[in-house]
Write a protein that binds this ligand. Structure first.
Ligand SMILES: [Zn+2]
Length: 215
């Protein structure tokens, strides 16, 4: 579905299978954020085809963190599509995955700070807590935040998986809550649209979830 001009969201609403929401930034360069599980990738591919974008038209695949339900679909891409994720996250997930599934080597690493893709400027935020080196991507011109599994509509990312930390997740969410956001584009569930809704969502999270994030 169209989130706004230049951004499509392929939301995952299946009631049984776990997959993440994927988002396409459709500008002079095309970026796909979180391709999802490889075996469920057709969902993303169909969504892209609906807006006239083929898999080979994607310039960069950006992965917020290394969990298979966000990353694994990278296997469907070949060169010249570039693959980018955080270096520490890559090392973490390679170690965790062992020989279970092979992760392609990123073409470049995402570090905190500015990131230019084509004519668009983004900011990468390091947001550990759900995993040790998750990132979120902020698009200031659109006030859009691609939040991965850090913060959801009425919820937060799990901290009980390997490398998770409640304290770190809390700090990461606090950092994100200071941004000017009209579109909170979550890795699962429904995105939160509208500045007031986003602000209210952070308030709910602070009040209802933070008391449980103690370690
Ligand atoms: Zn995850």
């Amino acid at each position: 579905m169209k989130i706004f001009d230049g951004c499509e969201g392929f939301l995952w609403r299946h009631y049984q299978e776990n997959n993440c929401n994927a988002y396409l930034i459709d500008g002079d360069k095309r970026s796909l954020i979180d391709p999802g599980h490889a075996h469920l990738f057709q969902h993303v591919q169909d969504g892209m085809e609906n807006v006239g974008v083929g898999i080979e038209d994607v310039d960069v695949v950006i992965v917020t963190h290394g969990h298979p339900d966000h990353l694994e679909g990278i296997r469907r891409f070949g060169k010249p599509t570039l693959f980018a994720m955080n270096e520490d996250e890559y090392a973490f997930i390679c170690k965790l995955a062992g020989n279970y599934f092979r992760i392609p080597e990123p073409d470049f690493f995402l570090t905190a700070g500015d990131l230019t893709i084509g004519s668009e400027l983004f900011q990468v935020f390091k947001t550990p807590g759900h995993t040790p080196a998750s990132i979120c991507l902020y698009w200031p011109a659109k006030k859009a935040l691609f939040a991965g599994d850090v913060v959801f509509n009425q919820g937060i990312g799990r901290t009980d998986l390997p490398g998770g930390s409640g304290e770190m997740l809390k700090e990461s969410i606090e950092q994100l809550s200071t941004l000017d956001v009209d579109y909170l584009l979550t890795g699962h569930g429904e995105p939160v649209i509208g500045k007031d809704a986003v602000r209210a969502n952070f308030k709910v999270i602070r009040e209802q979830w933070f008391p449980y994030l103690t370690r």
